[in-house]
Design a protein around this ligand. Structure first.
Ligand SMILES: Nc1ncnc2c1ncn2[C@@H]1O[C@H](COP(=O)(O)OP(=O)(O)OP(=O)(O)O)[C@@H](O)[C@H]1O
Ligand SMILES: [Mg+2]
Length: 273
């Protein structure tokens, strides 16, 4: 596949990203995602998942390699407001004095006129997005006065209001209850079916086969990447997370070589664990 392939939503070619302290967070990462797919990004703490999101958002520049989004540069896509980003909670200043509806309205900035005054259409998108995540009743509340799971819902609403072609969600399910996760997954699947490409960084392995079309396992380098059925395997998980996954397999009662399928919900035939 070439770097100018417009049918690809995300085209990472041998991307390396480092920080000023000398840490190489991503090393020679290549991966290609088609439009209208959900890709789960998995890996241990420090594996480079958030760095990947930041590189796709133009916050961290690659030292080597190239990133093309929908056939264009990251800068070009950012100018077109094509990318929505829900950062990891630790990266957000929750004391910022702003209401829930203002947070979601930020997602509309790319669509606003030059005066940056919200139109009736912008307000309609904000209300609809808040309604989709079940947070319309909280529209006037300060963002800092919400629970952790409610904040996550609001940030998903902001991404929805943006109507982006690519959504980057860094740990959207961490600390949310099962109903909230299930509601969010329904929304993400609907967005995917409407053609949006979605990257979901998650530590919640058990639900991955329920929603992801592709899986990218990262530990600075790519450990595994491909369609979920072929990639979300016990061997790849063990290579990514080491002994921890072996312990998890024991806890779930799965004999390591006889019934590794306990980790994944679909049948063993679908997922060759
Ligand atoms: N601002 C920074 N300055 C220097 N090093 C950083 C910075 N942010 C991250 N790193 C380092 O880069 C590496 C990758 O970090 P990153 O945040 O991408 O990991 P992660 O996979 O998102 O981890 P987690 O699961 O804990 O969120 C780590 O070694 C980390 O210490
Ligand atoms: Mg992270």
């Amino acid at each position: 596949m070439t770097a100018s392939n417009k049918s690809l939503a995300v085209d990472l070619q041998q991307v390396s990203v480092g920080y000023g302290n000398g840490v190489t967070a991503l090393d020679d990462v290549s991966a290609q995602l088609p439009s209208g797919a959900i890709c789960a990004v998995l890996g241990a703490n420090g594996g480079g998942k958030s760095t990947l999101c930041k590189a796709l958002m133009g916050i961290q520049r690659p030292q080597q390699g190239s990133i093309r989004l929908f056939g264009g540069s990251v800068n070009r896509m950012l100018k077109r407001n094509t990318i929505a980003y829900v950062p990891q909670s630790d990266d957000i200043d929750w004391d910022f004095p702003v209401s829930v509806q203002d947070v979601v309205m930020m997602g509309r900035q790319g669509q606003m006129n030059w005066l940056r005054l919200p139109s009736r259409e912008d307000k309609r998108h904000v209300a609809h997005s808040l309604e989709r995540v079940g947070m319309l009743a909280f529209a006037k509340r300060q963002i800092g006065e919400l629970s952790g799971g409610q904040k996550k819902r609001v940030f998903i609403a902001r991404a929805l209001a943006q109507q982006a072609r690519l959504m980057l969600l860094d740990e959207p399910f961490t600390g949310v209850d099962m109903t909230t996760e299930s509601d969010m997954l329904d929304i993400l699947r609907a967005e995917r079916d409407a053609g949006t490409t979605i990257l979901v960084v998650t530590h919640n392995l058990s639900s991955v086969p329920d929603y992801s079309d592709q899986v990218l396992m990262l530990n600075r380098r790519v450990i595994a990447f491909g369609p979920t059925a072929q990639t979300f395997t016990a061997d790849n998980l063990a290579n990514t997370f080491g002994g921890v996954v072996n312990e998890l397999l024991k806890v779930t009662g799965a004999a390591q070589h006889e019934d590794r399928g306990a980790l994944a919900r679909p049948t063993q035939a679908e997922y060759p664990l």
